[in-house]
Design a protein around this ligand. Structure first.
Ligand code: ATP
Ligand code: MG
Length: 247
């Protein structure tokens, strides 16, 4: 074993390969007298450092799954473990804390704050984490440079193209250095060439060790991921690829 391998093994010592685990997770919405089973018993494991595409027809539960993974919503039943912790035992403050420290979000419509500049948008999570201003400003600048927008720091989202806005949103999702990025149709509002650039950026982040879970309708976008999970009527229809953890 080379010294480099030894070092990375030591680094991983004591950490489970599974970052996310669902056991029989359900999400039921009561619509008047009708029940909508948005998730109808999903069990899965996502390994640390894996890159998954979540696919399936409209209404099959993809966003519901991602929102539960992102602690934006709670399951009706079932167990969710994040990095070995039972998420179901956390109160609302605990969930917010988990989101702020451990999760990065990327949305189809970018969700940048229009009144804030590029730099301020990227800095926002750091503001909530209580970073000192000079430090968060420096970090935001570094991130903006990394995504190729170091010269647009004082621009507002409206002054950027869609692809540039999504890159800012990715920089913002990275600000707190989360182990996992959750992306709901990150290329859904972009033309295919721009979408490809965004996927190349996500691919680079995956290579650097980020776990990425991405909802997409498009086969060519999904092919960037190392595993594809297909949903149908609130359940997992089939899984392709070998991105799962083996422990
Ligand atoms: N807040 C809600 N209240 C009631 N029903 C909901 C709610 N959110 C989702 N649903 C229902 O749950 C099911 C799954 O929705 P979800 O948004 O997860 O689908 P999706 O796979 O993301 O679809 P799309 O590809 O169109 O985004 C749908 O039948 C939807 O109508
Ligand atoms: Mg959706």
């Amino acid at each position: 074993m080379s010294p480099a391998n030894k070092e990375s093994d030591m680094h991983d010592e004591g950490r489970s390969k599974t970052l996310v685990r669902f056991d029989d997770v359900r999400k039921v919405y009561q619509m008047g007298t009708a029940e909508v089973r948005a998730l109808d018993g999903v069990s899965l494991r996502f390994g640390r450092g894996s890159f998954w595409a979540i696919m399936g027809p409209s209404g099959s539960g993809k966003s519901t799954l991602l929102n539960l993974l992102g602690c934006l919503d709670r399951p009706s039943s079932g167990r969710y473990e994040f990095d070995g912790r039972d998420v179901g035992t956390l109160n609302d403050d605990g969930l917010s804390e988990l989101r702020l420290r451990e999760l990065g979000f990327i949305f189809q419509s970018f969700n940048l704050i229009p009144q804030l500049t590029v730099q301020e948008n990227i800095e926002l999570p750091l503001y909530y984490l209580g970073w000192e201003h000079g430090r968060s400003a420096r970090h935001a600048k570094e991130l903006a440079e990394e995504i190729g927008l170091g010269d647009r720091l004082s621009h507002r989202p409206m002054e950027l193209s869609g692809g540039q806005q999504q890159r800012v949103a990715i920089a913002r999702s990275l600000a707190n250095d989360p182990p996992i990025l959750l992306a709901d149709e990150p290329t859904g509002n972009l033309d295919s060439a721009t979408g490809t650039q965004i996927l190349e950026l996500l691919g680079k982040l995956h290579q650097r060790g980020k776990t990425i879970i991405m909802v997409t309708h498009e086969e060519d976008i999904a092919s960037y991921a190392t595993g594809q999970l297909h949903m149908r009527d609130g359940v997992i229809d089939r899984i392709e690829g070998s991105a799962d953890a083996s422990d």
